[in-house]
Write a protein that binds this ligand. Structure first.
Ligand code: TRP
Length: 334
């Protein structure tokens, strides 16, 4: 608890560009969470180097992501938006938790197996202990809830196991986090294969709308979106491509799927796709303008980075000192 509020923690990697799916499925729904929770959103650059990165590129992407979060409406006074590498407590706690995590547990992590297969030339120890660092992220802030996608549930589960194991030995040190099950955003699918999620790492650039796509690109991608031969704008599972477009249009305009069906009754897919494209452009345009303004305001972004790193450090250090004492490290002399 911080100031009577439960704590929410989430981390995001600055790899790949955010898509409309990330925005509508997650980010947009985070904007109001700070009323109920004390929210920490970390750009997890320590995690990023488990895979080889180009340094200048990593630095740039990390800053862009932070800027984009602010542009999307996350208030950096009400939410703590910070770089993981600016708070040394993540590494320090991670080391301690490494000593409370079993090789066998880490060996079972499906993401490790996937990544090891994908980066066979660089199966480093960091990749293996990735989940322990993630546990440290969460436990350092005594987070009550963690919004994560399905792919990260196994990591949240091991975080809970580590916390409970530690608590069983040393008493109630860590809050045991739960997955955040709140109002879930719309699940936006690929424009080229509507049975798949829209992903920032899709190899086909026409499958995803990126938040920084210009209007022409957006219109073109919607024109090429996969549909069907039913020739009717209907919200039903037999028409997954059209369903996806209806969902996107609904989120952008606030109209219900039924209203959208009515609006496009008797009209062709060409018309409908144009309308969806225009609705998306009108949502992304102000976001892109805010992003451009913010990017020009170096001093402001720098101040956000500095202030939020201090805030994060404050809470992180509190937990870290408690843990260090519990495991038997000598007290600091002041
Ligand atoms: N592993 C997460 C991902 O790739 C990112 C992450 C790191 C994270 N630390 C976290 C997510 C803590 C939630 C909580 O998506």
């Amino acid at each position: 608890m911080i100031d009577g509020k439960k704590v929410l923690f989430s981390g995001m990697q600055a790899t790949g560009s955010l898509t409309l799916g990330n925005y509508m499925g997650a980010l947009k729904n985070w904007l109001t969470l700070c009323e109920e929770y004390e929210c920490f959103y970390s750009v997890v650059d320590l995690h990023s180097i488990t895979v080889r990165q180009e340094p200048a590129e990593l630095r740039k992407r990390a800053r862009n992501l932070l800027t984009l979060y602010i542009a999307a409406g996350l208030d950096p006074v009400k939410n703590c938006l910070y770089y993981q590498s600016h708070v040394s407590g993540h590494c320090e706690l991670s080391w301690i938790l490494n000593c409370f995590t079993y090789m066998g547990e880490l060996n079972r992590m499906t993401q490790f197996k996937d990544k090891a297969a994908k980066h066979a030339d660089n199966i480093n120890a960091g990749l293996f202990t990735y989940p322990v660092l993630m546990a440290a992220d969460i436990l350092l802030y005594q987070a009550d809830v963690v919004p994560v996608g399905k792919d990260q549930l196994q990591h949240l589960e091991i975080t809970r196991d580590i916390a409970q194991r530690f608590n069983a030995i040393y008493g109630d040190v860590f809050t045991v986090p739960e997955p955040y099950i709140g109002k879930t955003g719309a699940s936006i699918k690929s424009l080229q294969a509507p049975e798949k999620k829209m992903s920032k790492s899709d190899e086909n650039p026409n499958a995803s709308i990126y938040l920084m796509d210009d209007p022409d690109t957006i219109m073109r991608k919607f024109k090429r979106a996969v549909t069907d031969s039913e020739a009717q704008v209907r919200y039903r599972p037999e028409q997954p491509g059209i369903c996806n477009l209806i969902n996107i249009y609904s989120v952008c305009t606030g109209k219900s799927p039924e209203e959208v069906e009515k609006e496009f009754d008797g009209r062709g897919y060409g018309d409908f796709k144009t309308a969806v494209g225009e609705a998306v452009v009108s949502v992304l345009k102000p976001l892109q303008e805010r992003y451009a303004d913010l990017s020009r305001n170096k001093d402001y972004i720098d101040s956000v980075i500095k202030n939020n790193a201090e805030k994060a450090n404050h809470y992180a250090t509190k937990t870290l000192r408690k843990v260090q004492k519990k495991v038997g490290f000598p007290e600091r002399i002041r």
